[in-house]
Design a protein around this ligand. Structure first.
Ligand SMILES: Nc1nc2c(ncn2[C@@H]2O[C@H](COP(=O)(O)OP(=O)(O)OP(=O)(O)O)[C@@H](O)[C@H]2O)c(=O)[nH]1
Ligand SMILES: [Mg+2]
Length: 471
């Protein structure tokens, strides 16, 4: 058993900055006694029942620090499993700092990153897979990342892995019995009487390896879907790429100017579409015949952005005739998913978009949006087109698939699967129970690490060091 801290910790649990409400949270055996020292209401917190809320004031040396709502959650029915007090204050960082320092002066210790969740794990409120998923849930940037993390926090993945672990334990018990009491366990029980690979242990292991395979392959698709998709804004110099980025973001983020070749470096910015879906946009240097080394470097950066993009926003100047660079853009990169933006539409439309499609047949499906980036005309339409492309490039992970969220988890499943396969390979040899049993011990080690059974402090330190303070 790992040593548990028995002191009382406190932290601001809401994000830094101004908000309507900010939360100071305490957890530990003295939480309620500390609350008694700083809170004045119609009842003392120690007289409050579990999960009751009370209005009152936090005071220090007779001075009122804030008017608050205080909640008491008694052990074990709280997030950490300990006595917890939550003080909802006005969300001003100065007030939150005052209230936090009042509870520290009254006997609490400042919590370290992830310490509330670490305590929840140590007190058996959640396993390690669930605890890790709490962090994933807080930082999830896409719908898929949120779905995976939430399902993991709710224990679905842990239940599946615990079930697979049970199967391996059953197979190992059978094998170990055959080593210890070879006369009492028949070969059929291990290997099966019908075929050499049909026995109960072997069958159990085959099923387990298959289920692990499914979880491991769902991980790859899910990882892809959890990453923020990127779109590179590309086009000839001066067509209005940077102005378009500013218009989409509704802020003056990047430099624009009438001189060609303004943007040299790749500039990334995250955009939330009206659907709530998010995309990372990369503004790039405009296509031009390179005149100097700087142009060459800018071109390299632009090509990197294109290669790493999930789709392209190809921008053209609708008001002036198409040039070689426009044709080059379409021919070189027109085969992937893209939206065609005809910008500067306020100055007129000098050519028909079908001429672009003529240069690259793959663009026949690409949506065409007409915009005036300086006035914002066409931005709603572009928002809709980007949303459709985002849906198209996001890989589908079946909603019923049980997926794991972190690389650590995936590696542990791989370790378990490889060990089980090694045990199965041994089943073809004469002395397979001895060999297979140690392979299965290795598989169980991986499952244990996944769920946090008998893990060392170093693994916990590594996992919880990624958490923010207050969670
Ligand atoms: N009339 C009009 N002017 C625009 C529009 N969009 C951009 N401009 C102007 O076109 C010029 C070039 O805009 P930028 O956004 O810097 O163009 P860019 O494609 O990023 O250019 P580079 O970075 O040099 O490749 C600026 O003077 C903009 O104000 C538009 O829709 N209509
Ligand atoms: Mg630019």
């Amino acid at each position: 058993m790992l040593t548990e801290d028995n002191d009382t910790i406190a932290a601001i649990s809401t994000a830094p900055g101004v908000g309507a409400i900010g939360l100071v949270r305490l957890s530990g055996p003295d939480s309620i006694a500390i609350a008694d020292r700083v809170f004045v209401g119609s009842k003392r917190p120690s007289e409050m029942e579990h999960s009751r809320v009370q209005f009152g004031r936090v005071v220090r040396d007779g001075a009122v620090l804030d008017e608050v709502m205080l909640t008491v959650l008694r052990s074990p029915q709280s997030y950490t499993g300990e006595d917890v007090v939550e003080i909802s204050c006005h969300g001003n960082p100065l007030i939150l700092r005052d209230v936090l320092s009042a509870v520290i002066d009254a006997g609490a210790r400042l919590a370290t990153g992830g310490e509330f969740t670490r305590r929840a794990f140590l007190r058996g409120k959640m396993d390690l897979c669930q605890a890790e998923a709490v962090m994933e849930l807080l930082s999830a940037q896409t719908e898929e990342a949120k779905r995976v993390a939430l399902s993991q926090v709710r224990g679905r993945t842990s239940q599946e892995v615990a079930r697979l672990r049970e199967q391996v334990i059953r197979a190992k018990v059978e094998l170990d019995a055959s080593i210890d009491f070879p006369d009492d366990v028949s070969d059929e029980a291990l290997m099966g009487s019908d075929t050499a690979r049909g026995g109960s242990s072997v069958k159990l292991l085959l099923d387990t390896a298959r289920e692990l395979d499914a979880m491991i392959s769902a991980f790859a698709a899910s990882q892809q879907a959890q990453r923020l998709p990127t779109a590179a804004i590309v086009g000839k110099v001066n067509v209005g790429k940077s102005t378009l980025l500013n218009a989409l973001l509704a802020e003056d983020r990047v430099i624009t100017s009438e001189s060609a070749g303004t943007t040299r470096d790749r500039i990334d910015a995250d955009l939330a579409l009206s659907s709530g879906r998010r995309v990372r946009l990369s503004d790039t240097a405009g296509l031009v015949v390179p005149r100097d080394e700087l142009d060459v470097k800018a071109r390299v950066k632009m090509e990197e952005a294109v290669r790493s993009a999930d789709f392209l926003i190809m921008v053209f100047d609708a008001s002036s005739p198409l040039e070689d660079e426009d044709a080059q853009l379409v021919k070189t990169w027109g085969a992937g998913p893209a939206v065609l933006v005809l910008n500067k539409i306020d100055l007129g439309e000098r050519w028909d978009p079908s001429v672009l499609v003529g240069k690259c047949g793959d663009l026949s499906q690409a949506p065409v949006v007409r915009t005036c980036a300086i006035s914002g005309l066409g931005m709603d339409e572009l928002d809709g087109a980007l949303d459709k492309l985002l849906c198209a490039v996001t890989p589908e992970v079946p909603s019923e698939a049980c997926v794991v969220g972190t690389m650590r988890n995936e590696r542990l499943l791989q370790r378990a699967r490889d060990a089980i396969n090694a045990a199965l390979a041994a089943s073809h040899t004469g002395s397979w129970p001895e060999f297979a049993s140690s392979d299965l011990a290795e598989a169980l080690g991986a499952f244990n690490e996944f769920l946090g059974i008998d893990v060392g402090v170093d693994i916990l330190d590594e996992i919880f060091s990624r958490f923010c303070i207050g969670k």
